[in-house]
Ligand binder design. Structure first.
Ligand code: SF4
Ligand code: SF4
Length: 101
């Protein structure tokens, strides 16, 4: 039986080895579907612009705005991966209003 050839996964050593963007914006097709319980908020004083958060966001919702990195909250699902990834603790997950009360 012929099997497709496989390649052992090579963990990238630098951000430049990651094909970007990993995900196109709009993976979620409904705007703000309402299940997000917290949202990422950037501390622009701490951010060094390494773009690791952008690289790992599964929805492609992080982008460079005029005042630093921004999030398209219409499509951010609040997974928190970006905050977990940021080594500089520049992203905080803030509860959405009305949640956890
Ligand atoms: S991972 Fe952190 S430091 Fe890097 S660009 Fe994102 S918010 Fe800024
Ligand atoms: S919380 Fe998740 S979906 Fe929202 S910007 Fe961060 S990684 Fe992307």
């Amino acid at each position: 039986m012929n099997r497709p050839s496989t390649v052992r996964y090579q963990y990238p050593k630098a951000l430049s080895e990651i094909p970007l963007p990993i995900a196109q914006a709009g993976v979620l097709i409904d705007i703000n579907s309402g299940f997000r319980t917290s949202r990422p908020v950037f501390d622009h004083e701490k951010c060094v612009g390494c773009m690791s958060c952008y690289a790992v966001c599964p929805e492609g919702t992080i982008y460079r705005g005029e005042s630093g990195l921004q999030v398209d909250y219409d499509f951010c699902k609040g997974c928190g991966i970006c905050a977990k990834e940021c080594r500089f603790k520049a992203i905080s997950m803030v509860p959405e209003e009305g949640e956890n009360e």
